[in-house]
Design a protein around this ligand. Structure first.
Ligand code: GLA
Length: 385
């Protein structure tokens, strides 16, 4: 189903009494991966792609959950809904469980989801499902929970119900994103500064490698654990409450306290990536796109070699981009192990970039890449007729 078809089917039914339609965006991360759960910095932006949710209030105590993308419907009793099942429904149900703790009184619901953000691609399809659910319930049941809190409770749903120990970046961006802006988020303080990202004659383009390697969630959790160990080691010498605000100068001597070569690399990525985020935020304000592009390549190297969350296909995509005219930078974006690269491309070079990626990626991997020129104008909202 296409977005227009979904909207034309469901917008017709919206009646403002017991049937409603909502949207929450996915996000792209310009800089700062695997830094959020260290209390560090990230620089994401909400995109126009995301998840739509049609809500119908039902009598009784049944949750009827439908995914138009997966062509799947599950019926869950509200008497017994707080157990994860390992299916897609864990995202919305996890959020409903968190909302119940905040005072939501259970009510029969039909929830129909449709997403145009590609799944498993590093563009936060899951966070947009969580946010659209939290936002819709907050609006319909007048819960008056601030947006930031909705993001935090959606993150808790993902941590405790889905079982991924993710940071706050995705849910926060989906909730707080502002058109044509990136958010420089301090994930320790859970605060952000808006950075204008109009990008003049440049375009951000996501390229989906169309691979998702197995065990992504468990390797993700393993990285979270490795950084916990680094913190523990440093804390045995002196107090380091979180790794995210360490600077390059700190790294020079802190690195000597960590014996394991593997943990040294993990720490190096986090420190350098956090420095890059703050630098890219400044460069965006100065409109220095060439330098941003260079830092994107550096970030990819760091994610590939020090943090080891890239994969062959993402590396191939970045390499192709680096030898294509009009591309100033490329990096993997999101958790990694597949999904998308993000490319900063001169607007005039967009179509030659698309051709080059399509042919060379196919030649080198046998796979088809899917290209998404991104609009940074996603916002969580209620849609009416
Ligand atoms: C996933 C997580 C985020 C973040 C990124 C990597 O998207 O949900 O919290 O850690 O990976 O930067």
């Amino acid at each position: 189903m296409k977005t227009e078809a979904f909207l034309s089917t469901y917008l017709k039914q919206v009646n403002g009494r017991d049937q409603f339609l909502f949207f929450a965006p996915g996000r792209v991360n310009l800089m700062g991966d695997h830094t959020d759960y260290t209390g560090g910095y990230v620089l994401p932006a909400a995109i126009s792609l995301g998840t739509y949710l049609f809500v119908r209030l039902l009598p009784g105590n049944e949750l009827r959950l439908t995914s138009e993308n997966l062509n799947d419907q599950q019926i869950i009793s509200l008497d017994n809904f707080s157990k994860p099942t390992g299916q897609w429904t864990d995202y919305p149900v996890g959020v409903l469980c968190e909302l119940e703790k905040q005072g939501w009184e259970k009510q029969g619901l039909e929830l129909i989801y449709f997403g145009d953000v590609p799944a498993n691609a590093g563009l936060s399809s899951s966070a947009s499902i969580e946010m659209v659910t939290a936002f819709a319930m907050n609006t319909l049941f007048h819960l008056e929970i601030p947006l930031k809190e909705l993001a935090l409770l959606s993150q808790r749903a993902e941590n405790h119900f889905v079982g991924v120990h993710c940071g706050i970046m995705d849910q926060y961006t989906s909730a707080m994103g502002k058109p044509d802006h990136a958010l420089l988020i301090d994930c320790h303080k859970v605060e952000h500064k808006e950075i204008s990202a109009e990008l003049e004659n440049y375009k951000l383009v996501a390229v989906n490698s169309n691979v998702k390697h197995a065990l992504v969630n468990s390797v993700y959790n393993q990285r979270v654990e490795e950084l916990r160990q680094v913190k523990k080691i440093l804390n045995s010498f002196f107090e380091v409450p979180y790794l995210g605000h360490l600077t390059g100068d700190d790294y020079e001597w802190l690195d000597k306290l960590v014996e394991s070569p593997l943990l040294k690399k993990r720490l190096r990525h986090v420190v350098n990536e956090n420095v890059r985020v703050q630098y890219v935020a400044e460069l965006l304000e100065q409109k220095n796109y060439q330098m941003i592009g260079q830092l994107m390549y550096d970030s990819h190297e760091s994610l590939a070699f020090d943090f080891e969350v890239s994969c062959k296909e993402l590396d191939v995509l970045v390499k192709i981009a680096s030898r294509t005219d009009g591309v100033v930078g490329a990096r993997m974006t999101g958790a990694g192990f597949g999904g998308c690269t993000l490319n900063l491309v001169k607007a005039g070079a967009l179509s030659s970039f698309q051709d080059k990626i399509a042919t060379d990626y196919k030649k080198e991997t046998g796979l088809d890449a899917v290209i998404y020129p991104l609009s940074l104008n996603g916002e969580t909202k209620m849609l009416s007729k």
